[in-house]
Design a binder for this molecule. Structure first.
Ligand SMILES: NC(=O)CCC(=O)C(=O)O
Length: 262
């Protein structure tokens, strides 16, 4: 599976321009031979307008679905459309739409852990479901930014059989060390591939950190972006997952009777 990750520098509170930029970047990435294209978190609005958020949101994902359905079909690529600020059923969600090569929406995930440190929980509604989907017979899961800190969520996805975890984010530069460490830890502890797509540039008062990453299930870095906007590409050899799981038996050796989660 070849993946293109678009580390985008979106313009804060300028959805029209951001849709144009995203279209152009996905068109460019589509010229290569990648199978999957991924965007970062809330690329339509930036993270996130506090003054009149609803005005900047997509409405029921309509614009997002129309654009990426068309591009996925045109280029015969899977597209994980990062996440968008999405107004639905009278509420704003931080929401991800996933498209197959025919342009069908095959999954939708609403961020489940809202980043209360930046008051996200006061403006957005939290999702109530985890999300898995198949891309060319590879089982995948998705989480959005702050979700990364919740090892239980990723473990639940891993126990559900995912082989690749997509993390779409707007992770600030000041906590870049957490980003790199947590991405690597989630890959190693769950013996899965991690594709982590961050944004860069400034949104509101926050500088975002870039350094999008792809990490293999052994914890090796496959590729990494720098501080600026870029598209990184990496190849995920899904067969290596079983080899690693046959070597270090993390799943077989678990002592679930001792764990008191909840
Ligand atoms: N957009 C986010 O969820 C930011 C999360 C973050 O900055 C952190 O967990 O640290």
């Amino acid at each position: 599976m070849k993946v293109s990750a678009i580390q985008m520098n979106m313009i804060f509170e300028e959805p029209e321009q951001n849709y144009l930029q995203a279209e152009q970047l996905v068109e460019e990435a589509s010229k290569g031979d990648c199978d999957v294209i991924v965007l970062p978190e809330t690329w339509n609005t930036g993270f996130f307008p506090k003054d009149n958020l609803e005005k900047y949101c997509d409405q029921n994902g309509q614009k997002t679905k129309a654009l990426f359905s068309r591009l996925a079909k045109k280029y015969h690529k899977h597209i994980i459309a990062g996440s968008v600020s999405d107004f639905r059923d009278g509420k704003c969600f931080n929401s991800s739409y996933i498209f197959d090569r025919e342009g069908n929406v095959i999954a939708n995930y609403d961020k489940t852990h809202l980043f209360s440190y930046m008051d996200e929980d006061k403006y957005y509604e939290k999702g109530g479901h985890i999300c898995t989907f198949n891309l060319d017979n590879v089982k995948c899961g998705i989480v959005i930014c702050y979700d990364l800190r919740f090892l239980e969520l990723v473990r639940t996805l891993a126990l559900d059989g995912i082989e690749v975890l997509f993390i779409v984010a707007q992770w600030p530069r000041v906590r870049l060390e957490h980003w790199m460490t947590l991405c690597k830890a989630r890959a190693i502890e769950n013996q899965i591939y991690v594709v982590a797509v961050n944004s860069c540039g400034v949104a509101g008062e926050t500088q975002y950190g870039g350094h999008s990453l792809m990490i293999d299930p052994w914890g090796n870095l496959i590729c990494e972006g720098g501080d600026e906007a870029c598209t990184i590409e990496g190849i995920l050899n899904i067969e290596t997952i079983q080899e690693i799981r046959n070597t270090i038996h993390v799943f077989k050796d678990r002592r679930t009777e001792l764990y008191q989660l909840g």
